[in-house]
Design a protein around this ligand. Structure first.
Ligand SMILES: Cc1ncc(C[n+]2csc(CCOP(=O)(O)OP(=O)(O)O)c2C)c(N)n1
Ligand SMILES: [Mg+2]
Length: 321
């Protein structure tokens, strides 16, 4: 892997974390009035996605979608403004954190309803097939979404119609406070279950950035070439509480020991350490990246704070009318 690729992956991961840490820091001020689902700890997957995907490709995501929006190239200022409910937001301040969209980069939306965006992503792949474009459609989903009926209908439809859709399952082991062990039979692999439905699959440990990059890059190439669906499952771990800016290890659904064990495998920290071994040129570029991103994030919050709220008369205007 080249030095410039490592720097690029670092930049993506660091930026996503800095944005979400910025949200967590300011959330208690009470100015962001929507719920937020942070993906701190899970950044390797959007980072390798950003490195592999084309502008023209489609993507959809979930309630935990900030990182995917940013990785697809979504505008940071309008995302933060959306979370602040401002009229400059990407959904004109009407959707909040769980309704992100940026049509300029083909990021086609996120949804608060678990599983809801899966058939939308499949439909976008159908549109690419019908129009004969070379686009692929990427569907981010959590492990919990694989327990929704629409997931099976969508996988089946994508398989039968041979659609260019890449399913990207971020298996962080939990659906809210329920671990997989109380939701699915012991020993079941989500990827193997999907494979049995007729779709090619690949798995990767999201804590290993290099193998995750290879997995993602090859999957994107494969879907683009074969025009057939592919399902990726990444193991990952959410650090913060399910919903909100804090931590919830004290409420009893997971232990502090378990949390610390996963946190010690932080892909961002691992990558930084690997890069530091490469010498002073890389180390100085890391410092520059960090300060550039800190400034960019600060400005995004300023943009949001300085933007107006939507007026009452806009309440029923179509978001993209
Ligand atoms: C249809 C539906 N059922 C339940 C909920 C409540 N809910 C919100 S997030 C969530 C967990 C989803 O887990 P997963 O798909 O693994 O995503 P994660 O939160 O772990 O990223 C649930 C059950 C919902 N929003 N929609
Ligand atoms: Mg989950």
């Amino acid at each position: 892997m080249t030095g410039s690729l490592l720097i690029s992956l670092f930049r993506q991961m660091y930026r996503i974390r800095a944005v979400e840490e910025g949200i967590a820091l300011r959330y208690p001020e009470g100015k962001m009035r929507c719920p937020v689902h942070l993906s701190i700890g899970q950044e390797s997957i959007p980072a390798v996605f950003a490195q592999s995907i084309a502008l023209n490709d489609f993507a959809v995501s979930t309630h935990r979608g900030h990182a995917h929006y940013l990785a697809k190239g979504g505008n940071l200022n309008t995302m933060i403004a959306e979370i602040y409910g401002k009229s400059t937001g990407c959904a004109k301040g009407k959707g909040g954190s769980m309704h992100l969209i940026d049509l300029a980069v083909n990021f086609m939306g996120t949804s608060a309803i678990v599983g809801n965006s899966i058939p939308i992503g499949v439909g976008l792949a159908l549109s690419a097939q019908l129009k004969g474009t070379d686009q692929i459609s990427c569907v981010f989903l959590g492990d919990g979404a694989t327990e929704e009926g629409v997931f099976y209908e969508s996988i089946n439809f994508a398989a039968v119609r041979k659609l260019p859709v890449l399913f990207i399952c971020e298996n962080n082991l939990y659906s809210v406070y329920s671990p997989l062990s109380v939701r699915q039979p012991k020993g079941r692999s989500i990827a193997k279950m999907v494979e049995a439905m007729g779709i090619e699959v690949a798995v990767s440990d999201g804590h290993n950035i290099l193998s995750s990059y290879e997995t993602m890059k090859n999957a994107v190439i494969r879907v683009r070439d074969t025009r057939a669906p592919l399902f990726l499952e990444f193991t990952t771990y959410r650090w913060r509480e399910h919903c909100g800016h804090g931590f919830d290890n004290d409420i009893g659904y997971r232990t502090q020991e378990e949390f610390l064990e996963w946190q010690s495998r932080d892909p961002l920290n691992n990558l930084e350490q690997q890069m530091q071994k490469k010498g002073s040129v890389v180390v100085s570029s890391l410092g520059k990246i960090k300060s550039e991103i800190a400034l960019e994030v600060e400005r995004a919050f300023e943009f949001a704070e300085n933007s107006p709220f939507p007026t009452q008369s806009e309440a029923y205007d179509g978001v993209y009318a």
